[in-house]
Design a protein around this ligand. Structure first.
Ligand SMILES: Nc1nc(O)c(N)c(N[C@@H]2O[C@H](COP(=O)(O)O)[C@@H](O)[C@H]2O)n1
Length: 376
């Protein structure tokens, strides 16, 4: 295994090209693989030309390397495997990829990111000991990027939390009268649906539920598995006719331990968690979601719930759609007070990707790297 400080192994132009292809393959399964990562693999023949490729479809399915080996058949002998994550060395739901690569006669393995899990790690070392040439850390940033949600989750032992919002440039999500349709344009809203499809769960509080009656499903033109809909409703007072209780996807209704537990239509569930005067214990909620195998959560509001996550330092990423519009201080703010009294207490993020989506600006921010974050 290459250690975080180790220089990445060198790779040929054909291998770098194959790694980019493997990352694109991996990304096609975002939102469908948890608790497993997204992984892509390309096999190159001795002349450097691709002979087969594969990607991981989800837990219980063969790993990316095994998919590619199956597609290659006997052509795998003498091939180079280019894979976005270190081949695993363990017997989980499926067998160890390192052994499958050895049995198929692969002679070189190039991978981007070390597997950070105690179960999965060790494949690179096993391959090296068996005489296979191994180069780790190749296009590591790309491998980190495509698997950002899973890597953040397994390093922090809780789902990766992305807070998504659409607001005016002055941080308002509705006007004083509550009108909010639409602040951002159609392109930003379409993009937000694609973001939803890449996550395992979408999370809102009751304020948003009452104000917008959101459905939280996927639009018919967005491919992917609908995420679990999670509604934090401290008192359990959800309207039985709420759109989120239809059968498009399961809904988890999170209530306080001492609250009324409503009967929900078949397929939905009530989860009781500790709460205090500020609301449900959101760290306990993340622990429970992680325990259930969810690795990514898209927090879609409202201001109160988002403030609870900010206050607890539980945001990993922010995806903001900023509309070229101003509503002034009578508009509804994107966040409530979360206890900041002076500039030094303000929460800072690192600026990531910035791009224009229709008339709006899409901004990705990341929490500064803590000790659990991976190498950069
Ligand atoms: N290298 C690699 N390729 C894949 O396609 C993978 N899905 C993984 N996953 C690693 O193995 C663990 C899951 O194993 P099972 O699917 O249960 O057999 C997962 O936690 C990763 O460490 N690795």
């Amino acid at each position: 295994m290459s250690s975080p400080g180790q220089r990445p192994g060198s790779a040929s132009p054909a291998e770098l090209h194959a790694m980019r292809r493997a990352a694109r393959l991996a990304a096609t399964a975002l939102g469908s693989t948890s608790p497993n990562p997204v992984v892509g693999c390309v096999l190159l023949g001795e002349d450097g030309a691709p002979v087969a490729e594969g990607h991981h479809l989800g837990a219980g399915h063969p790993h990316a390397e095994v998919e590619a080996l199956k597609a290659a058949g006997p052509s795998a002998r003498g091939a180079t495997a280019v894979v976005t994550l270190e081949p695993c060395a363990h017997q989980g739901r499926t067998g160890p990829c390192a052994d499958a690569l050895l049995e198929a006669g692969v002679t070189r393995v190039v991978y981007a990111v070390d597997d950070p899990t105690p179960e999965g790690t060790g494949g690179a070392e096993r391959l090296r000991r068996a005489g296979v040439q191994v180069a780790g850390g190749v296009l590591r940033e790309l491998g980190e990027h495509v698997n950002e949600l899973w890597l953040t989750a397994v390093r922090r032992r809780r789902p990766c939390v992305t807070w998504k919002f659409g607001s005016t440039l002055d941080g308002r999500t509705a006007a004083a009268d509550g009108s909010s349709r639409w602040i951002t344009g159609a392109a930003a809203r379409q993009d937000a649906h694609e973001l939803r499809a890449a996550h395992d769960a979408v999370l809102v509080g009751t304020g948003t539920l009452r104000a917008d009656d959101p459905h939280l499903g996927l639009r018919h033109d967005v491919p992917g598995t609908p995420p679990l809909r999670v509604v934090v409703d401290r008192t359990g007072g959800i309207d039985p006719g709420a759109r989120v209780l239809d059968d498009a996807a399961p809904t988890l209704l999170v209530v306080a331990e001492d609250a009324h537990r409503p009967r929900l239509p078949h397929g939905h569930e009530v989860l009781a968690l500790p709460a205090d005067g500020h609301g449900i214990d959101v760290a306990a909620l993340l622990d429970e979601l992680y325990r259930r195998g969810l690795r990514s959560v898209l927090l879609e509001g409202g201001a109160r719930l988002a403030s609870a996550f900010v206050a607890r330092g539980l945001l990993d990423r922010v995806v903001a759609y900023l509309a070229p519009m101003l509503l002034g201080s009578r508009g509804r703010p994107v966040l409530e007070d979360f206890g900041v009294k002076n500039l030094a207490e303000g929460r800072r993020f690192e600026t990531g990707e910035v791009r224009r989506v229709g008339e709006d600006i899409r901004l990705v921010l990341r929490a500064p790297h803590g000790p659990a974050a991976g190498p950069r």
